[in-house]
Design a protein around this ligand. Structure first.
Ligand code: ATP
Length: 270
Protein backbone atom coordinates (compact mmCIF):
# COMPACT_ATOMS: atom_id res chain seq x y z
CA UNK A 1 0.00 0.00 0.00
CA UNK A 2 1.82 3.03 -1.25
CA UNK A 3 0.53 6.51 -0.60
CA UNK A 4 3.70 8.30 -1.64
CA UNK A 5 2.08 10.02 -4.64
CA UNK A 6 -0.95 11.08 -2.60
CA UNK A 7 1.11 12.46 0.28
CA UNK A 8 3.47 14.39 -2.01
CA UNK A 9 0.58 15.76 -4.09
CA UNK A 10 -1.26 17.04 -1.00
CA UNK A 11 1.97 18.48 0.41
CA UNK A 12 2.63 20.31 -2.90
CA UNK A 13 -0.93 21.65 -2.82
CA UNK A 14 -0.62 22.86 0.78
CA UNK A 15 2.55 24.70 -0.25
CA UNK A 16 0.89 26.48 -3.18
CA UNK A 17 -2.16 27.42 -1.09
CA UNK A 18 0.30 29.44 1.00
CA UNK A 19 2.40 30.61 -1.96
CA UNK A 20 1.12 30.12 -5.52
CA UNK A 21 3.54 29.24 -8.30
CA UNK A 22 3.28 31.63 -11.22
CA UNK A 23 4.15 29.22 -14.03
CA UNK A 24 3.99 29.59 -17.78
CA UNK A 25 1.35 26.97 -18.25
CA UNK A 26 -0.69 27.06 -21.45
CA UNK A 27 -3.75 25.82 -19.59
CA UNK A 28 -4.96 25.60 -16.00
CA UNK A 29 -7.38 23.09 -14.52
CA UNK A 30 -9.49 24.02 -11.52
CA UNK A 31 -11.27 21.61 -9.21
CA UNK A 32 -14.20 23.14 -7.36
CA UNK A 33 -15.35 21.31 -4.23
CA UNK A 34 -18.55 22.62 -2.67
CA UNK A 35 -18.45 21.07 0.79
CA UNK A 36 -20.77 21.53 3.73
CA UNK A 37 -18.13 23.28 5.82
CA UNK A 38 -15.73 24.46 3.21
CA UNK A 39 -15.52 25.52 -0.43
CA UNK A 40 -12.15 24.57 -1.92
CA UNK A 41 -10.62 25.52 -5.28
CA UNK A 42 -7.54 23.59 -6.44
CA UNK A 43 -5.62 24.74 -9.52
CA UNK A 44 -3.25 22.50 -11.51
CA UNK A 45 -1.04 23.43 -14.46
CA UNK A 46 -0.78 21.71 -17.85
CA UNK A 47 1.33 18.94 -16.26
CA UNK A 48 -1.27 18.44 -13.51
CA UNK A 49 1.02 19.94 -10.89
CA UNK A 50 -0.58 22.08 -8.16
CA UNK A 51 0.05 25.80 -8.71
CA UNK A 52 -2.52 27.48 -6.47
CA UNK A 53 -5.43 26.88 -4.16
CA UNK A 54 -7.84 28.66 -1.90
CA UNK A 55 -10.60 27.73 0.50
CA UNK A 56 -13.20 29.35 2.63
CA UNK A 57 -15.42 28.06 5.43
CA UNK A 58 -18.99 28.55 4.28
CA UNK A 59 -22.52 27.42 4.88
CA UNK A 60 -23.85 27.24 1.35
CA UNK A 61 -24.10 23.50 0.80
CA UNK A 62 -25.53 20.81 3.02
CA UNK A 63 -25.02 17.13 2.29
CA UNK A 64 -24.40 17.78 -1.38
CA UNK A 65 -27.41 20.05 -1.70
CA UNK A 66 -26.87 23.71 -2.55
CA UNK A 67 -28.89 25.53 0.13
CA UNK A 68 -27.63 29.05 -0.64
CA UNK A 69 -27.33 29.30 -4.39
CA UNK A 70 -26.39 33.00 -4.60
CA UNK A 71 -23.97 32.69 -1.67
CA UNK A 72 -22.29 29.68 -3.29
CA UNK A 73 -21.78 31.51 -6.60
CA UNK A 74 -20.39 34.54 -4.77
CA UNK A 75 -17.82 32.48 -2.86
CA UNK A 76 -16.65 30.49 -5.89
CA UNK A 77 -16.41 33.71 -7.92
CA UNK A 78 -14.43 35.48 -5.21
CA UNK A 79 -12.03 32.57 -4.73
CA UNK A 80 -11.62 32.34 -8.52
CA UNK A 81 -10.79 36.06 -8.76
CA UNK A 82 -8.38 35.83 -5.84
CA UNK A 83 -6.49 33.01 -7.57
CA UNK A 84 -6.57 34.73 -10.97
CA UNK A 85 -4.95 37.81 -9.46
CA UNK A 86 -2.25 35.72 -7.83
CA UNK A 87 -1.56 33.73 -10.99
CA UNK A 88 -1.98 36.67 -13.39
CA UNK A 89 -4.20 34.63 -15.66
CA UNK A 90 -7.84 33.80 -16.23
CA UNK A 91 -9.03 30.42 -14.99
CA UNK A 92 -11.29 29.00 -17.65
CA UNK A 93 -11.77 25.27 -17.13
CA UNK A 94 -13.42 23.94 -14.01
CA UNK A 95 -14.73 20.60 -12.82
CA UNK A 96 -16.92 19.75 -9.84
CA UNK A 97 -18.13 16.72 -7.93
CA UNK A 98 -21.35 15.55 -6.38
CA UNK A 99 -21.96 12.99 -3.65
CA UNK A 100 -22.79 9.60 -5.16
CA UNK A 101 -26.50 9.10 -5.55
CA UNK A 102 -27.23 12.82 -5.91
CA UNK A 103 -30.30 13.36 -8.05
CA UNK A 104 -30.34 15.38 -11.28
CA UNK A 105 -31.75 18.47 -9.62
CA UNK A 106 -28.93 18.75 -7.09
CA UNK A 107 -26.18 17.89 -9.55
CA UNK A 108 -27.65 20.55 -11.86
CA UNK A 109 -27.40 23.11 -9.06
CA UNK A 110 -23.71 22.31 -8.45
CA UNK A 111 -23.03 22.60 -12.18
CA UNK A 112 -24.88 25.92 -12.39
CA UNK A 113 -22.93 27.37 -9.46
CA UNK A 114 -19.60 26.55 -11.11
CA UNK A 115 -20.76 27.95 -14.45
CA UNK A 116 -22.31 31.08 -12.94
CA UNK A 117 -18.99 31.75 -11.16
CA UNK A 118 -17.40 31.97 -14.61
CA UNK A 119 -15.99 28.52 -15.32
CA UNK A 120 -16.46 26.48 -18.44
CA UNK A 121 -17.42 23.16 -16.87
CA UNK A 122 -15.47 20.22 -18.28
CA UNK A 123 -16.50 17.43 -15.94
CA UNK A 124 -18.98 16.61 -13.20
CA UNK A 125 -18.14 13.39 -11.44
CA UNK A 126 -18.95 11.65 -8.19
CA UNK A 127 -16.85 12.46 -5.11
CA UNK A 128 -15.33 9.02 -4.37
CA UNK A 129 -14.26 8.61 -7.99
CA UNK A 130 -12.62 12.04 -7.76
CA UNK A 131 -10.94 11.22 -4.44
CA UNK A 132 -9.61 7.97 -5.85
CA UNK A 133 -7.76 9.83 -8.63
CA UNK A 134 -5.45 10.93 -5.80
CA UNK A 135 -5.69 7.93 -3.47
CA UNK A 136 -5.34 5.32 -6.25
CA UNK A 137 -6.96 2.54 -4.22
CA UNK A 138 -7.46 -0.74 -6.06
CA UNK A 139 -9.38 -2.84 -3.52
CA UNK A 140 -10.51 -0.85 -0.54
CA UNK A 141 -12.86 1.78 0.75
CA UNK A 142 -12.99 5.56 0.71
CA UNK A 143 -14.74 6.78 3.84
CA UNK A 144 -15.81 10.41 3.54
CA UNK A 145 -16.82 11.77 6.95
CA UNK A 146 -18.39 15.13 6.23
CA UNK A 147 -20.76 17.32 8.19
CA UNK A 148 -24.12 15.60 8.06
CA UNK A 149 -23.18 12.23 6.69
CA UNK A 150 -20.57 9.54 6.25
CA UNK A 151 -20.16 8.22 2.73
CA UNK A 152 -18.71 4.75 2.27
CA UNK A 153 -17.52 3.82 -1.20
CA UNK A 154 -16.04 0.45 -1.98
CA UNK A 155 -13.58 0.10 -4.82
CA UNK A 156 -12.79 -3.04 -6.75
CA UNK A 157 -9.96 -2.95 -9.25
CA UNK A 158 -9.94 0.82 -8.90
CA UNK A 159 -13.64 1.27 -9.72
CA UNK A 160 -16.46 2.27 -7.35
CA UNK A 161 -18.68 -0.82 -6.99
CA UNK A 162 -20.75 0.04 -3.92
CA UNK A 163 -21.84 3.25 -2.21
CA UNK A 164 -23.66 4.06 0.98
CA UNK A 165 -24.42 7.24 2.82
CA UNK A 166 -25.29 7.22 6.52
CA UNK A 167 -26.59 10.18 8.52
CA UNK A 168 -23.78 10.41 11.10
CA UNK A 169 -21.01 12.95 10.67
CA UNK A 170 -19.21 15.96 12.07
CA UNK A 171 -22.44 17.65 13.13
CA UNK A 172 -22.92 14.86 15.67
CA UNK A 173 -19.39 15.41 16.94
CA UNK A 174 -20.26 19.08 17.51
CA UNK A 175 -23.47 18.14 19.29
CA UNK A 176 -21.52 15.85 21.63
CA UNK A 177 -18.96 18.61 22.32
CA UNK A 178 -21.78 21.11 22.86
CA UNK A 179 -23.42 18.83 25.44
CA UNK A 180 -20.20 17.86 27.22
CA UNK A 181 -18.82 21.40 27.48
CA UNK A 182 -22.13 23.27 27.84
CA UNK A 183 -21.37 25.32 24.73
CA UNK A 184 -23.65 26.49 21.95
CA UNK A 185 -23.47 24.44 18.77
CA UNK A 186 -21.53 27.22 17.00
CA UNK A 187 -18.98 27.48 19.82
CA UNK A 188 -18.61 23.70 19.87
CA UNK A 189 -18.07 23.66 16.11
CA UNK A 190 -15.21 26.17 16.38
CA UNK A 191 -13.73 24.46 19.44
CA UNK A 192 -13.80 21.12 17.67
CA UNK A 193 -12.03 22.41 14.55
CA UNK A 194 -9.07 23.74 16.54
CA UNK A 195 -6.38 21.05 16.44
CA UNK A 196 -5.05 22.26 19.80
CA UNK A 197 -8.21 20.81 21.40
CA UNK A 198 -8.14 17.46 19.61
CA UNK A 199 -6.17 15.48 22.21
CA UNK A 200 -8.61 16.49 24.91
CA UNK A 201 -11.65 15.89 22.69
CA UNK A 202 -10.73 12.43 21.42
CA UNK A 203 -11.95 10.48 24.51
CA UNK A 204 -15.17 12.55 24.53
CA UNK A 205 -15.78 11.77 20.86
CA UNK A 206 -14.65 8.12 20.99
CA UNK A 207 -18.20 6.66 21.24
CA UNK A 208 -19.41 8.53 18.15
CA UNK A 209 -16.23 7.60 16.24
CA UNK A 210 -16.82 3.97 17.22
CA UNK A 211 -20.38 4.26 15.96
CA UNK A 212 -19.04 5.41 12.59
CA UNK A 213 -16.56 2.52 12.63
CA UNK A 214 -19.38 0.03 13.21
CA UNK A 215 -21.32 1.61 10.33
CA UNK A 216 -18.23 1.12 8.16
CA UNK A 217 -18.04 -2.52 9.30
CA UNK A 218 -21.65 -3.15 8.34
CA UNK A 219 -21.13 -1.83 4.83
CA UNK A 220 -17.80 -3.43 4.03
CA UNK A 221 -18.93 -6.88 5.20
CA UNK A 222 -18.68 -9.29 2.30
CA UNK A 223 -16.38 -7.05 0.28
CA UNK A 224 -12.67 -7.54 -0.14
CA UNK A 225 -11.56 -4.36 1.63
CA UNK A 226 -7.81 -4.30 2.27
CA UNK A 227 -7.46 -0.64 3.13
CA UNK A 228 -9.56 2.30 4.19
CA UNK A 229 -8.77 5.88 3.23
CA UNK A 230 -10.33 8.67 5.23
CA UNK A 231 -11.40 11.89 3.53
CA UNK A 232 -13.72 14.77 4.48
CA UNK A 233 -13.51 17.52 7.08
CA UNK A 234 -14.31 15.40 10.12
CA UNK A 235 -11.27 13.22 9.46
CA UNK A 236 -9.10 16.25 10.33
CA UNK A 237 -9.70 15.22 13.94
CA UNK A 238 -6.35 14.02 15.28
CA UNK A 239 -6.45 10.35 16.25
CA UNK A 240 -9.73 9.42 14.49
CA UNK A 241 -7.80 7.09 12.19
CA UNK A 242 -6.46 5.00 15.06
CA UNK A 243 -9.91 4.39 16.56
CA UNK A 244 -11.32 3.44 13.14
CA UNK A 245 -8.39 1.14 12.37
CA UNK A 246 -8.72 -0.61 15.72
CA UNK A 247 -12.48 -1.10 15.45
CA UNK A 248 -12.46 -2.26 11.81
CA UNK A 249 -9.20 -4.21 11.97
CA UNK A 250 -8.35 -2.81 8.53
CA UNK A 251 -5.33 -0.70 7.65
CA UNK A 252 -6.56 2.87 7.74
CA UNK A 253 -4.81 5.66 5.91
CA UNK A 254 -5.42 9.29 6.70
CA UNK A 255 -3.98 11.73 4.20
CA UNK A 256 -2.08 14.72 5.52
CA UNK A 257 -5.09 16.94 4.86
CA UNK A 258 -8.30 14.94 4.26
CA UNK A 259 -10.14 18.09 3.11
CA UNK A 260 -7.91 18.47 0.04
CA UNK A 261 -8.18 14.98 -1.49
CA UNK A 262 -11.51 15.42 -3.26
CA UNK A 263 -10.80 18.94 -4.69
CA UNK A 264 -7.43 17.73 -6.00
CA UNK A 265 -9.06 14.67 -7.55
CA UNK A 266 -11.68 16.90 -9.17
CA UNK A 267 -8.93 19.09 -10.64
CA UNK A 268 -7.20 15.97 -12.01
CA UNK A 269 -10.46 15.03 -13.75
CA UNK A 270 -10.90 18.46 -15.30
P1 ATP B 1 -21.60 16.31 4.13
O1 ATP B 1 -22.03 16.51 2.73
O2 ATP B 1 -21.52 14.89 4.56
O3 ATP B 1 -22.33 17.12 5.16
P2 ATP B 1 -19.09 17.54 3.29
O4 ATP B 1 -18.29 16.50 2.63
O5 ATP B 1 -19.67 18.57 2.48
O6 ATP B 1 -20.16 16.86 4.23
P3 ATP B 1 -16.80 18.51 4.75
O7 ATP B 1 -16.59 19.91 4.40
O8 ATP B 1 -15.91 17.45 4.21
O9 ATP B 1 -18.32 18.19 4.50
O10 ATP B 1 -16.76 18.33 6.37
C1 ATP B 1 -17.54 19.09 7.23
C2 ATP B 1 -17.29 18.67 8.68
O11 ATP B 1 -15.89 18.67 8.98
C3 ATP B 1 -17.93 19.63 9.67
O12 ATP B 1 -18.65 18.90 10.64
C4 ATP B 1 -16.73 20.32 10.32
O13 ATP B 1 -16.97 20.70 11.64
C5 ATP B 1 -15.68 19.25 10.23
N1 ATP B 1 -14.33 19.79 10.30
C6 ATP B 1 -13.75 20.69 9.48
N2 ATP B 1 -12.50 20.97 9.86
C7 ATP B 1 -12.27 20.22 10.98
C8 ATP B 1 -11.15 20.07 11.87
N3 ATP B 1 -10.03 20.75 11.68
N4 ATP B 1 -11.28 19.23 12.90
C9 ATP B 1 -12.41 18.53 13.12
N5 ATP B 1 -13.51 18.62 12.33
C10 ATP B 1 -13.43 19.46 11.27
Amino acid sequence: LNYEYCDQFVQDFEDVVKKPIVSKSSVYYTGVDLGTACVVLAVLDENYKPVAGAYRYADVVRDGMVVDYIGAIKIVRELKQELEEKLGTELIYGAAAIPPGTDDLDSGAVKNVVQAAGFEITNLLDEPTAANKVLKIQNGAVVDIGGGTTGISILKNGEVVYIADEPTGGTHFSLVVSGAYKMSFQEAEIYKRDSKNHKELLPVLKPVIEKIASIINQHIKGHDVKEISLVGGTCCLTGIEEIIEKKTGIFTHKPQNPMFITPLGIALSC
